[in-house]
Write a protein that binds this ligand. Structure first.
Ligand SMILES: [Zn+2]
Length: 314
């Protein structure tokens, strides 16, 4: 038996840098200052920090952390790798409190670390990679979660209804088994229109519930099938292809996860949590992705996502 936790890159800083460099610089080593490719050399010497290179063009030093979520972090890279592997291999995610205890880092560091790793989970495909491009079904539905304290409950006194809850819209490409979820302020047609237009191919077959917004939005696509949730109908009695069971299943995982692991979530962080559930779903075992590969995908996502204290707190 060979424990994955015994791998050298989890314990040795030099090995951790080499592991990250091999993945982030797989197609060459660009200088982050002047952009020149493969015109740099490792800095060696007793006083040199691990993983430093010097550019032969602009003469400036750099390492693999520049321009990534690791930049400006004082935590050792091997601990970052431990956190990434833990998060990538856990089915429901890991709270920052758990990271704090497992990695032996302080709670504040653990909090920033987990939010940065969540940034790396964003595949950056919003608006660029239309779902249902091969003409398959794309299910769209919304769910309500938590309590938005900026909004007063309307209607009866007990605060039923959904106006005061956070709203999440998810689009699922049934053929690819791929989800893209967005936190929205409301469910008006003008809010949903750009989301659907920018993320779903006109060739797609849209699948929704009976909500009136979708009757208008459905005209943008090849076809629009819907079921009547209010009447307890989740699969069309005339055509079993018409349903939104996939997105319903996705929401049930999302809701269980949000309840169990992330008990309290502020509005400004919700999109990152939602993105984490998308990442897990899109890179799950049923899609042929095992733990190690999922961690590598996550690691490649660290580039260009530098998250400063300021952006985290805003
Ligand atoms: Zn340079």
């Amino acid at each position: 038996m060979n424990s994955i936790l015994s791998a050298p890159y989890f314990h040795d800083e030099q090995a951790a840098y080499e592991f990250v460099e091999a993945r982030i610089w797989a197609k060459g080593r660009p200088c982050p200052h002047c952009g020149v490719l493969d015109r740099s050399g490792a800095l060696k010497g007793k006083s040199t920090r691990i993983g430093m290179y010097k550019c032969y063009e602009c003469r400036k030093p750099f390492n693999v952390k520049v321009g990534t979520i690791f930049e400006a972090s004082h935590l050792p890279l091997r601990l970052w790798l431990q956190a990434i592997f833990l998060i990538a291999s856990s089915k429901k995610g890991i709270s920052s409190n758990q990271l704090h205890r497992t990695l032996g880092i302080n709670i504040k560091s653990a909090w920033f670390m987990s939010h940065r790793i969540r940034e790396a989970m964003n595949d950056g495909n919003y608006g660029f990679d239309p779902l249902g491009a091969t003409g398959g079904a794309v299910e769209v539905d919304e769910t309500f979660i938590g309590r938005d304290f900026n909004k007063k409950p309307k209607g009866d006194k007990k605060g039923r209804g959904f106006g005061h809850k956070y709203k999440v819209v998810s689009l699922i490409d049934r053929t690819r088994g791929y989800a893209r979820s967005i936190v929205v302020d409301d469910l008006k047609t003008k809010t949903l229109l750009p989301i659907l237009r920018d993320n779903i191919s006109p060739y797609a077959k849209l699948m929704t519930d009976e909500a009136s917004q979708y009757q208008k939005l459905g005209k943008m696509f090849t076809s629009h099938g819907f079921t009547n949730h209010r009447q307890g109908q989740y699969v069309s009695p005339v055509d079993r292809y018409i349903h939104s069971n996939t997105v319903e299943g996705f929401f049930s995982i999302f809701k269980r996860g949000m309840k169990g692991v992330y008990q309290h979530c502020a509005h400004n962080h919700l999109q990152r949590y939602v993105t984490e559930f998308d990442f897990r779903y899109n890179n799950r075992k049923a899609n042929g992705i095992e733990d190690f590969e999922r961690a590598e995908i996550l690691l490649r996502g660290v580039v260009g996502k530098r998250l400063t204290y300021r952006t985290t707190l805003s």
